[in-house]
Ligand binder design. Structure first.
Ligand code: TYM
Length: 326
Protein backbone atom coordinates (compact mmCIF):
# COMPACT_ATOMS: atom_id res chain seq x y z
CA UNK A 1 0.00 0.00 0.00
CA UNK A 2 1.32 3.45 -0.88
CA UNK A 3 1.91 5.97 1.88
CA UNK A 4 0.91 9.63 2.29
CA UNK A 5 1.61 12.31 4.87
CA UNK A 6 0.55 15.87 5.48
CA UNK A 7 0.76 18.44 8.26
CA UNK A 8 -0.85 21.73 9.18
CA UNK A 9 0.61 24.50 11.32
CA UNK A 10 -1.48 25.36 14.39
CA UNK A 11 -0.59 29.00 13.89
CA UNK A 12 -4.15 30.33 13.85
CA UNK A 13 -7.70 29.31 13.14
CA UNK A 14 -7.88 26.92 10.21
CA UNK A 15 -9.45 28.26 7.04
CA UNK A 16 -11.57 26.92 4.22
CA UNK A 17 -8.30 26.91 2.23
CA UNK A 18 -6.72 24.45 4.68
CA UNK A 19 -9.86 22.34 4.58
CA UNK A 20 -10.17 22.14 0.80
CA UNK A 21 -6.43 22.15 0.02
CA UNK A 22 -5.31 19.57 2.55
CA UNK A 23 -7.82 18.05 5.00
CA UNK A 24 -10.51 17.14 2.49
CA UNK A 25 -7.93 15.41 0.30
CA UNK A 26 -6.80 13.35 3.30
CA UNK A 27 -10.38 12.37 4.15
CA UNK A 28 -10.78 11.09 0.60
CA UNK A 29 -7.46 9.24 0.52
CA UNK A 30 -7.50 7.62 3.95
CA UNK A 31 -9.14 4.41 2.70
CA UNK A 32 -6.65 3.87 -0.07
CA UNK A 33 -3.31 4.81 1.48
CA UNK A 34 -1.33 4.22 4.61
CA UNK A 35 -1.83 7.67 6.05
CA UNK A 36 -0.02 9.97 8.47
CA UNK A 37 -1.33 13.34 9.51
CA UNK A 38 0.33 15.62 12.01
CA UNK A 39 0.25 19.00 13.68
CA UNK A 40 3.29 21.00 12.51
CA UNK A 41 3.71 22.85 15.79
CA UNK A 42 7.47 23.25 15.44
CA UNK A 43 6.91 24.98 12.14
CA UNK A 44 4.46 27.34 13.81
CA UNK A 45 7.14 28.80 16.11
CA UNK A 46 9.18 30.04 13.16
CA UNK A 47 7.17 33.22 13.75
CA UNK A 48 6.23 34.32 17.26
CA UNK A 49 3.25 32.52 18.78
CA UNK A 50 1.72 33.29 22.12
CA UNK A 51 2.56 30.06 24.05
CA UNK A 52 -0.84 29.82 25.74
CA UNK A 53 -2.66 30.30 22.43
CA UNK A 54 -0.39 27.88 20.59
CA UNK A 55 -0.98 25.22 23.23
CA UNK A 56 -4.75 25.57 22.73
CA UNK A 57 -4.47 25.67 18.94
CA UNK A 58 -2.63 22.35 18.85
CA UNK A 59 -5.53 20.53 20.49
CA UNK A 60 -8.05 22.41 18.42
CA UNK A 61 -6.44 21.34 15.15
CA UNK A 62 -6.48 17.68 16.24
CA UNK A 63 -10.16 17.99 17.17
CA UNK A 64 -10.81 19.51 13.76
CA UNK A 65 -9.06 16.68 11.92
CA UNK A 66 -11.32 14.22 13.70
CA UNK A 67 -14.44 16.32 13.17
CA UNK A 68 -13.69 16.50 9.45
CA UNK A 69 -13.81 12.72 9.26
CA UNK A 70 -10.16 11.77 9.60
CA UNK A 71 -10.54 8.31 11.06
CA UNK A 72 -7.92 7.51 13.72
CA UNK A 73 -8.34 3.79 12.97
CA UNK A 74 -6.99 4.44 9.49
CA UNK A 75 -4.78 7.46 9.99
CA UNK A 76 -1.85 7.84 12.38
CA UNK A 77 -2.33 11.28 13.92
CA UNK A 78 0.50 12.89 15.88
CA UNK A 79 2.06 16.10 17.09
CA UNK A 80 5.38 16.92 15.44
CA UNK A 81 7.03 18.11 18.68
CA UNK A 82 6.09 14.87 20.44
CA UNK A 83 8.40 13.02 18.10
CA UNK A 84 11.99 14.08 18.83
CA UNK A 85 13.44 12.59 15.64
CA UNK A 86 11.99 15.12 13.20
CA UNK A 87 14.27 17.88 14.51
CA UNK A 88 17.21 15.48 14.72
CA UNK A 89 16.88 14.33 11.12
CA UNK A 90 16.27 17.92 10.08
CA UNK A 91 19.66 18.97 11.47
CA UNK A 92 21.45 16.30 9.49
CA UNK A 93 19.58 17.32 6.33
CA UNK A 94 20.50 20.96 6.97
CA UNK A 95 24.10 19.95 6.64
CA UNK A 96 23.54 18.59 3.13
CA UNK A 97 21.35 21.45 1.84
CA UNK A 98 22.93 24.37 0.00
CA UNK A 99 22.11 27.80 1.42
CA UNK A 100 21.31 29.04 -2.09
CA UNK A 101 18.53 26.53 -2.56
CA UNK A 102 16.82 27.69 0.64
CA UNK A 103 17.07 31.36 -0.25
CA UNK A 104 15.07 30.69 -3.41
CA UNK A 105 12.00 29.58 -1.44
CA UNK A 106 9.22 32.03 -2.28
CA UNK A 107 7.43 31.55 1.05
CA UNK A 108 10.63 32.49 2.88
CA UNK A 109 11.09 35.60 0.73
CA UNK A 110 7.50 36.59 1.39
CA UNK A 111 7.47 35.93 5.14
CA UNK A 112 10.92 37.37 5.82
CA UNK A 113 9.85 40.63 4.20
CA UNK A 114 6.90 40.81 6.60
CA UNK A 115 8.81 39.91 9.80
CA UNK A 116 11.72 42.29 10.07
CA UNK A 117 13.74 40.44 12.71
CA UNK A 118 12.90 37.01 11.41
CA UNK A 119 14.61 34.08 13.09
CA UNK A 120 16.89 31.44 11.60
CA UNK A 121 14.11 28.84 11.85
CA UNK A 122 12.06 30.68 9.24
CA UNK A 123 14.91 30.16 6.81
CA UNK A 124 15.54 26.48 7.57
CA UNK A 125 11.80 25.69 7.88
CA UNK A 126 11.61 23.78 4.54
CA UNK A 127 14.31 21.38 5.74
CA UNK A 128 12.27 20.44 8.79
CA UNK A 129 9.40 19.87 6.36
CA UNK A 130 11.68 17.67 4.25
CA UNK A 131 12.49 15.65 7.38
CA UNK A 132 8.75 15.31 8.19
CA UNK A 133 8.20 13.80 4.77
CA UNK A 134 11.37 11.78 4.15
CA UNK A 135 11.36 10.00 7.51
CA UNK A 136 8.24 8.06 6.54
CA UNK A 137 9.28 7.03 3.00
CA UNK A 138 6.01 8.38 1.66
CA UNK A 139 4.86 8.20 -1.93
CA UNK A 140 2.72 11.34 -1.88
CA UNK A 141 2.19 14.55 0.03
CA UNK A 142 -1.34 16.00 -0.35
CA UNK A 143 -1.04 19.81 -0.11
CA UNK A 144 -2.15 23.11 -1.60
CA UNK A 145 0.00 24.60 -4.34
CA UNK A 146 1.71 27.04 -1.95
CA UNK A 147 3.64 24.10 -0.43
CA UNK A 148 4.70 22.55 -3.76
CA UNK A 149 8.08 24.25 -3.85
CA UNK A 150 8.86 22.87 -0.37
CA UNK A 151 8.08 19.32 -1.46
CA UNK A 152 10.27 19.82 -4.52
CA UNK A 153 13.07 20.86 -2.18
CA UNK A 154 12.49 17.69 -0.14
CA UNK A 155 12.84 15.69 -3.36
CA UNK A 156 16.11 17.45 -4.19
CA UNK A 157 17.46 16.85 -0.71
CA UNK A 158 16.53 13.15 -0.88
CA UNK A 159 18.00 12.67 -4.35
CA UNK A 160 21.23 14.39 -3.40
CA UNK A 161 21.54 12.43 -0.16
CA UNK A 162 20.87 9.09 -1.85
CA UNK A 163 23.46 9.80 -4.50
CA UNK A 164 26.15 10.88 -2.08
CA UNK A 165 25.58 8.49 0.83
CA UNK A 166 23.65 5.55 -0.62
CA UNK A 167 19.94 4.77 -0.99
CA UNK A 168 18.26 6.16 2.17
CA UNK A 169 15.07 8.01 1.26
CA UNK A 170 12.09 7.43 -1.01
CA UNK A 171 11.43 10.32 -3.41
CA UNK A 172 7.98 11.81 -2.66
CA UNK A 173 5.52 13.39 -5.05
CA UNK A 174 2.77 15.94 -4.41
CA UNK A 175 -0.96 15.43 -4.65
CA UNK A 176 -2.75 18.66 -5.43
CA UNK A 177 -6.49 18.93 -5.90
CA UNK A 178 -7.54 20.49 -9.21
CA UNK A 179 -10.16 22.89 -7.90
CA UNK A 180 -8.73 23.20 -4.39
CA UNK A 181 -5.10 23.93 -5.14
CA UNK A 182 -5.31 27.58 -4.15
CA UNK A 183 -8.39 29.03 -2.52
CA UNK A 184 -8.16 32.81 -2.72
CA UNK A 185 -9.04 35.56 -0.29
CA UNK A 186 -12.68 36.57 -0.85
CA UNK A 187 -11.93 40.28 -0.58
CA UNK A 188 -8.69 40.23 -2.54
CA UNK A 189 -8.71 37.32 -4.99
CA UNK A 190 -5.15 38.04 -6.07
CA UNK A 191 -3.84 36.44 -2.88
CA UNK A 192 -4.22 33.13 -1.04
CA UNK A 193 -6.84 32.72 1.68
CA UNK A 194 -4.61 32.55 4.72
CA UNK A 195 -4.92 31.97 8.46
CA UNK A 196 -2.42 34.76 9.11
CA UNK A 197 -4.41 37.38 7.19
CA UNK A 198 -5.19 40.54 9.19
CA UNK A 199 -8.49 41.26 7.48
CA UNK A 200 -10.86 38.39 8.43
CA UNK A 201 -13.57 39.52 5.97
CA UNK A 202 -11.93 37.69 3.08
CA UNK A 203 -11.18 34.53 5.06
CA UNK A 204 -13.67 31.80 5.95
CA UNK A 205 -12.57 30.12 9.16
CA UNK A 206 -13.72 26.57 9.59
CA UNK A 207 -15.39 27.43 12.88
CA UNK A 208 -17.11 30.62 11.73
CA UNK A 209 -20.82 30.88 12.53
CA UNK A 210 -23.33 30.24 9.79
CA UNK A 211 -24.36 33.89 9.40
CA UNK A 212 -20.73 35.03 9.31
CA UNK A 213 -19.92 32.56 6.52
CA UNK A 214 -22.94 33.68 4.53
CA UNK A 215 -22.05 37.34 4.93
CA UNK A 216 -18.45 36.77 3.84
CA UNK A 217 -19.48 34.86 0.72
CA UNK A 218 -22.27 37.27 -0.21
CA UNK A 219 -19.84 40.20 -0.01
CA UNK A 220 -17.01 38.45 -1.91
CA UNK A 221 -15.34 40.57 -4.56
CA UNK A 222 -16.47 39.66 -8.08
CA UNK A 223 -16.47 41.76 -11.29
CA UNK A 224 -18.75 44.08 -13.20
CA UNK A 225 -19.96 41.44 -15.68
CA UNK A 226 -22.81 39.17 -14.87
CA UNK A 227 -21.63 35.84 -16.17
CA UNK A 228 -20.73 32.77 -14.15
CA UNK A 229 -17.79 31.63 -16.21
CA UNK A 230 -14.43 30.17 -15.21
CA UNK A 231 -11.64 32.60 -16.13
CA UNK A 232 -8.89 32.82 -13.52
CA UNK A 233 -7.18 35.76 -15.15
CA UNK A 234 -10.08 38.07 -15.89
CA UNK A 235 -12.62 36.84 -13.34
CA UNK A 236 -10.54 35.74 -10.32
CA UNK A 237 -13.31 36.36 -7.77
CA UNK A 238 -15.97 34.34 -9.60
CA UNK A 239 -13.46 31.62 -10.54
CA UNK A 240 -12.47 31.34 -6.89
CA UNK A 241 -16.10 30.96 -5.83
CA UNK A 242 -16.51 28.32 -8.56
CA UNK A 243 -13.52 26.41 -7.19
CA UNK A 244 -14.96 26.59 -3.68
CA UNK A 245 -18.34 25.52 -4.99
CA UNK A 246 -16.89 22.61 -6.94
CA UNK A 247 -14.75 21.39 -4.03
CA UNK A 248 -17.64 21.55 -1.57
CA UNK A 249 -20.48 20.27 -3.76
CA UNK A 250 -18.72 17.75 -5.99
CA UNK A 251 -20.11 19.48 -9.11
CA UNK A 252 -17.44 20.07 -11.70
CA UNK A 253 -16.73 23.50 -13.13
CA UNK A 254 -18.63 22.87 -16.38
CA UNK A 255 -21.68 21.65 -14.43
CA UNK A 256 -21.59 24.86 -12.41
CA UNK A 257 -21.37 27.01 -15.54
CA UNK A 258 -24.39 25.15 -16.99
CA UNK A 259 -26.40 25.27 -13.77
CA UNK A 260 -25.94 29.03 -13.40
CA UNK A 261 -26.20 30.07 -17.03
CA UNK A 262 -28.26 33.28 -17.16
CA UNK A 263 -28.44 33.52 -13.35
CA UNK A 264 -27.04 36.47 -11.41
CA UNK A 265 -24.11 36.60 -8.98
CA UNK A 266 -26.45 36.86 -5.97
CA UNK A 267 -28.11 33.53 -6.81
CA UNK A 268 -24.74 31.86 -7.35
CA UNK A 269 -23.29 33.22 -4.12
CA UNK A 270 -26.35 32.01 -2.20
CA UNK A 271 -25.76 28.50 -3.55
CA UNK A 272 -22.05 28.64 -2.67
CA UNK A 273 -22.87 29.83 0.85
CA UNK A 274 -25.40 26.99 1.25
CA UNK A 275 -22.95 24.23 0.27
CA UNK A 276 -20.14 25.66 2.39
CA UNK A 277 -22.37 26.13 5.44
CA UNK A 278 -23.91 22.65 5.11
CA UNK A 279 -20.50 21.00 5.36
CA UNK A 280 -18.82 23.29 7.89
CA UNK A 281 -21.72 23.30 10.34
CA UNK A 282 -21.63 19.50 10.59
CA UNK A 283 -17.90 19.69 11.27
CA UNK A 284 -18.37 22.34 13.95
CA UNK A 285 -20.87 20.20 15.85
CA UNK A 286 -18.52 17.22 15.92
CA UNK A 287 -15.53 19.43 16.73
CA UNK A 288 -17.04 20.48 20.05
CA UNK A 289 -17.56 16.83 21.00
CA UNK A 290 -13.95 15.88 20.25
CA UNK A 291 -12.27 18.89 21.80
CA UNK A 292 -12.61 17.79 25.40
CA UNK A 293 -12.75 14.07 24.89
CA UNK A 294 -10.10 11.83 26.48
CA UNK A 295 -10.18 9.82 23.23
CA UNK A 296 -8.19 12.62 21.65
CA UNK A 297 -5.31 12.17 24.11
CA UNK A 298 -5.27 8.43 23.56
CA UNK A 299 -5.08 8.96 19.78
CA UNK A 300 -2.14 11.34 20.19
CA UNK A 301 -0.31 9.05 22.58
CA UNK A 302 -0.63 6.15 20.14
CA UNK A 303 0.42 8.40 17.27
CA UNK A 304 3.51 9.63 19.11
CA UNK A 305 4.52 6.08 19.99
CA UNK A 306 4.05 4.63 16.51
CA UNK A 307 5.75 7.48 14.66
CA UNK A 308 8.62 7.81 17.13
CA UNK A 309 9.52 4.17 16.54
CA UNK A 310 9.48 4.63 12.76
CA UNK A 311 11.38 7.91 12.91
CA UNK A 312 14.03 6.51 15.21
CA UNK A 313 14.90 3.84 12.64
CA UNK A 314 15.33 6.42 9.90
CA UNK A 315 17.30 8.69 12.22
CA UNK A 316 19.74 5.88 13.03
CA UNK A 317 20.13 5.04 9.35
CA UNK A 318 20.83 8.66 8.37
CA UNK A 319 23.31 9.00 11.24
CA UNK A 320 25.10 5.86 10.15
CA UNK A 321 25.20 6.94 6.50
CA UNK A 322 26.89 10.15 7.54
CA UNK A 323 29.48 8.35 9.68
CA UNK A 324 28.03 9.54 12.95
CA UNK A 325 28.74 6.45 15.03
CA UNK A 326 31.36 5.15 17.37
P1 TYM B 1 -0.05 25.43 6.33
O1 TYM B 1 -0.32 25.24 7.77
O2 TYM B 1 0.29 26.80 5.86
O3 TYM B 1 -1.25 24.91 5.47
C1 TYM B 1 -1.75 23.61 5.66
C2 TYM B 1 -2.22 23.02 4.35
O4 TYM B 1 -3.26 23.81 3.80
C3 TYM B 1 -2.93 24.18 2.47
N1 TYM B 1 -3.48 25.52 2.22
C4 TYM B 1 -4.25 25.83 1.18
N2 TYM B 1 -4.69 25.09 0.14
C5 TYM B 1 -5.48 25.72 -0.76
N3 TYM B 1 -5.83 27.04 -0.67
C6 TYM B 1 -5.40 27.80 0.35
N4 TYM B 1 -5.76 29.07 0.46
C7 TYM B 1 -4.56 27.20 1.34
N5 TYM B 1 -3.98 27.65 2.48
C8 TYM B 1 -3.31 26.61 2.99
C9 TYM B 1 -1.41 24.18 2.42
O5 TYM B 1 -0.93 24.06 1.10
C10 TYM B 1 -1.11 22.99 3.28
O6 TYM B 1 -1.21 21.80 2.53
N6 TYM B 1 4.65 23.82 5.86
C11 TYM B 1 3.26 23.39 5.91
C12 TYM B 1 3.01 22.37 7.01
C13 TYM B 1 3.90 21.19 6.94
C14 TYM B 1 3.78 20.10 6.03
C15 TYM B 1 4.87 19.22 6.36
C16 TYM B 1 2.88 19.77 5.02
C17 TYM B 1 4.97 20.96 7.72
N7 TYM B 1 5.56 19.78 7.38
C18 TYM B 1 5.05 18.02 5.66
C19 TYM B 1 3.06 18.56 4.33
C20 TYM B 1 4.14 17.70 4.66
C21 TYM B 1 2.39 24.60 6.16
O7 TYM B 1 2.83 25.60 6.68
O8 TYM B 1 1.09 24.42 5.85
Amino acid sequence: METIITGIQPSGNLTLGNYIGAIKQMVNYQNDYKTYMFIADMHAITVYQDPERLHKNIREVVALYLACGIDPKKVTIFIQSENPYHANVSWMLECVTPHGELSRMTQFKDKSSKHLNFNAGLFTYPILMAADILIYDVDYVPIGIDQKQHVELARNIAERFNKKYGETFKIPDVKISKTGKKILDLQDPTKKMSKSENNPKGVIYMLDDEDVIRKKIMSATTDSECEIKYDEENKPGISNLMNICSSMSGLDILDIEKKFKGKNYGEFKTFVADVVIKELIKIKEKYLEYLNSPELDKILEDGAKITTEIAKKKYLLVKERLGLYR
